[in-house]
Ligand binder design. Structure first.
Ligand code: GLA
Length: 350
């Protein structure tokens, strides 16, 4: 087999956090940072991985378990590829070369992009095919079952299917989506807080368990679809109740943001983003004081709205600012928060 290639972008979620395993909506957008993989099949069980982000190559085996190494997503992706028939016959494993400028541990889906790109590359083999939604589902299984991260499907759907210049209004319960044009007057800027995070560190999983407690109480898998009053009046422990309140209100805010984007109502988009941050801070308790301060400064310095984005406990914020104002806004923000840095900005085509 010849060399197979594929690309996948990083993603930023504009709004809708921790809704994707609670039956709700999310609104991610593809970034311009991304990665490219080259995949070469092998007929033994070895996996040789090269990455532009790490000096040392990784030598793994297709039967390896998750080990905490940066190459784990590659092993998981290749095991999944075997299971679903994207590697078969005399091909038993593969070598993978990665060129990436997605910062790892930043909440920008570097791991989902890597897994999706490997599966997409293998699916371009002239004897095989697999649609992108299926690839996103395969990639989520790698995270859930191989990596042990109980994540939802937002990241995989976004990096497999989002297109530049649009946000993906994704219903994670039915896997239906609409691509909504991003504003042309404003841009959504992604700033890394300087605090790195790993979904494997247990705090993401702890939130999932707390949501599961709320799900058990209400007898539903879809916390986001409960009525606000029903949750407010429920006789439920404080922690799962707060998580459920976040889910219900966050889901409503995603719809507000979608309507705002369609109507060109930037003020409403900004307000939904600000309200979302407060909910993540106070109800889902997934922020950190440094991130709250960064979000507050982003708004004080002129952003229409700003919020933590991704799994939480570190990583990036996303802020909505008027086009043409980025240079001054960013300089002032980075001066106040020297450990933060600019990652990317997305907006609609002019
Ligand atoms: C991570 C997970 C996603 C989603 C977000 C929070 O990015 O991989 O599935 O749950 O956190 O919205």
């Amino acid at each position: 087999m010849s060399k197979l290639e594929a690309t996948a972008p990083g993603r930023v979620n504009l709004i809708g956090e921790h809704t994707d395993y609670n039956g709700g909506m999310v609104l991610p957008a593809a970034l311009s940072v991304g990665l490219r993989v080259e995949v070469m099949s092998r007929c033994d069980e070895k996996i040789h991985v090269l990455s532009s982000q790490f000096d040392e190559p990784a030598m793994r085996n297709i039967n390896d378990e998750m080990s905490g190494h940066w190459s784990d997503p590659v092993v998981g992706a290749l095991q999944e590829a075997k299971k679903v028939g994207l590697i078969d016959g005399s091909q038993t494993s593969a070598d993978v070369a990665i060129v990436s400028n997605i910062p790892p541990g930043a909440g920008l889906s570097s791991s989902a992009a890597l897994i999706v790109a490997i599966l997409k590359a293998l699916a371009t083999d002239r004897f095989k095919s697999r649609n992108d939604v299926k690839i996103a589902q395969d990639a989520r299984r790698v995270e859930n079952e191989f990596m042990g991260v109980p994540c939802g499907i937002m990241d995989q759907m976004a990096v497999a299917l989002a297109t530049p210049g649009t946000a993906m209004a994704l219903d994670t319960k039915h896997l239906e989506f609409d691509l909504v044009a991003l504003p042309t007057s404003h841009e959504l800027v992604v700033i890394h807080s300087g605090l790195t995070r790993k979904l494997t560190d247990g705090r993401y999983a702890a939130r999932k368990v707390e949501c599961d407690a709320a799900k058990a109480h209400f007898g539903t898998n879809d916390l986001c679809l409960l009525g606000l009053e029903q949750v407010e009046q429920a006789d439920l422990d404080e922690t799962p109740k707060k998580r459920a309140l976040h889910c219900v209100t966050e889901n409503a805010r995603v719809w507000t943001a979608i309507d705002a984007l369609k109507a060109g109502d930037i003020a409403a988009l900004g307000k939904a983003m600000n309200d979302s941050h407060v909910s993540m801070r106070d109800l889902f308790e997934m922020s950190l004081p440094e991130i709250d301060a960064l979000v507050a400064s982003a708004v004080e310095l002129g952003a229409v709205g700003a919020r933590l984005t991704g799994g939480g406990f570190g990583g990036c914020i996303v802020a909505c600012i008027e086009k043409g104002t980025r240079e001054d806004w960013l300089a002032a923000l980075l001066e106040k928060h020297p450990s933060s840095r600019f990652i990317d900005a997305v907006g609609g085509a002019d």
